[in-house]
Design a protein around this ligand. Structure first.
Ligand SMILES: Cc1cc2nc3c(=O)[nH]c(=O)nc-3n(C[C@H](O)[C@H](O)[C@H](O)COP(=O)(O)O)c2cc1C
Length: 431
């Protein structure tokens, strides 16, 4: 009688896992690096590692239906004659026309305006769709200067000087040829159909002094009316005072960048707040945090750590209809699946959002998309308010680090809140 050989289960290496092997094989076959949209996909310390301490005896909660809990935010009141008054601390992050279709920009404007918040332009300039439907529009002033128009500076409600973005601090934008349509090319003064890479730093400045000069210049152009924001990718937040973490999304960036450059949003907030506190500017100059914000709990945690508002990118696109499981057959045809689709740079988006193909773009109804986004923004605001009330706060800005504990030692150290069940905050902080 022969005994069949006993084999152990095939074992996948955790160093060379299936994804890593397929990426080596892809790189070997093509000789080009991988580009994709979205943020880092690996597990990072995140807002999920924090919990709120609801009020009970030592602090008492507010009554949900009877006692008010404010959600309004004013941005830029210290220096601008016309600060932005928002009804919610959730804003829409800058996403370029080019990366997104005109209808997607319109939908963002409709959704944000319905709940009293702002949208932001992006690389490539201001579109009629977005200006026309955004009651509050922030105009980005980017290193590339693509689509930059001094008249649009004056038509905006605020100006955002972009130094870097969370998914790629130190790197410039990318828009691949497939998405450089006639209209996109004209707005950027670029040839149609040719891959475009945006500059990674402003051409006319070399250091912090130049930033100050630029801010003065923009204030002059807009007669000191508009708030001026500075957007910084999170890497040295204490020094740079961060606005976005490595979890921040992007329309198109090298995978190696997304996964390996920058720091998680959770790690960026406290050093940025500390820098503002030391300058005597916390709550005077506002801090808007973005990168991986998905729900009201994330918003409330960012505010409790010291942010004044948050900005969402990826979550807003999902609210419009990105990665909709009803489109599964079409995602499969593109070699992916709903929930994992990130080839936004290719312009073949079945949901019609990250595309310049007129036929695909028609799939997004901007009115319906806007309604879905408005619903989502309302839920984020209500969830934030619910948590604030449970912590006994009459305004979402009264949330504070004391309301939080951390589930892991790492999160306790980087968010500077106690490890759950202890009064231990690990680490000595120089900043
Ligand atoms: C489709 C898309 C296009 C983007 N385009 C720009 C841009 O033109 N300028 C910019 O500063 N950031 C851009 N970003 C980054 C966002 O402004 C924001 O920092 C980031 O998406 C926040 O992270 P989240 O997507 O996890 O919310 C883009 C992001 C996405 C998803």
């Amino acid at each position: 009688m022969t005994v069949p050989p006993i084999r152990t289960e095939p074992r996948v290496s955790s160093t060379f896992d299936r994804y890593t092997i397929s990426e080596i094989q892809r790189a070997a076959a093509t000789g080009i690096y991988d580009i994709r949209g979205g943020g880092a996909k690996r597990k990072l310390p995140s807002f999920d590692d924090l919990l709120f301490l609801g009020a009970s005896i030592s602090r008492y909660p507010l009554e949900g239906y009877r006692e008010k809990c404010g959600t309004d935010v004013v941005l830029g009141s210290r220096f601008a004659k016309k600060p932005l008054h928002l009804r919610t601390p959730v804003t829409i992050a800058g996403m370029s026309f080019g990366a997104l279709s005109g209808a997607a920009k319109e939908a963002l404007g409709r959704g944000a305006s319905a709940v009293g918040t702002s949208t932001t332009t992006g690389d490539g300039g201001m579109t009629a769709e977005e200006r026309g439907h955004s009651s509050l529009l922030v105009y980005q002033y980017l290193p590339s200067r693509y689509g930059m128009n001094p008249d649009d500076l004056r038509r905006a409600d605020a100006i955002e000087i972009v130094i870097g973005q969370g998914a790629k601090p130190g790197g410039g934008g990318m828009l691949l040829g497939q998405k450089i349509s006639e209209r996109v090319a004209k707005m950027r003064i670029l040839p149609e159909g040719i891959d475009q890479r945006s500059a990674s730093r402003h051409p006319d400045w070399t250091g912090p002094d130049d930033l100050e000069i630029k801010i003065e210049e923009l204030r002059e152009i807009t007669d000191w009316q508009k708030p001026i924001y500075v957007k910084v990718g999170a890497s040295r937040p204490y020094y740079d005072t961060a606005l976005a973490g490595m979890q921040g999304g992007t329309a198109a960036t090298q995978e190696v960048f997304i996964e390996n450059v920058g720091i998680p949003t959770l790690a960026a907030i406290r050093p940025a707040v500390q820098a503002l506190e030391e300058l005597g500017m916390h709550r005077k100059v506002q801090l808007i945090v973005s990168g991986g914000i998905r729900n009201g709990a994330d918003v409330a945690k960012a505010l409790a750590l010291g942010a004044d508002a948050v900005a969402i990118g990826t979550a807003a696109l999902i609210a419009l209809g990105d990665n909709n499981p009803q489109l599964e057959a079409e995602y499969q045809a593109l070699g992916t699946t709903a929930g994992a689709y990130d080839d936004w740079h290719e312009g073949r988006d079945p949901a019609g959002i990250t595309t310049q193909d007129p036929e695909l773009a028609k799939r997004l109804d901007p009115v319906l998309g806007g309604r879905r986004l408005a619903n989502f923004l309302s839920v984020l605001t209500l969830e934030t308010q619910t948590i604030a009330r449970a912590c006994g706060k009459s305004h979402v800005h009264n949330l504070e680090p004391e309301d939080l504990v951390a589930l892991t030692v790492e999160a306790a150290a980087i968010a500077r809140v106690p490890l759950v069940g202890t009064d231990w905050i690990p680490g000595q902080h120089r900043y």
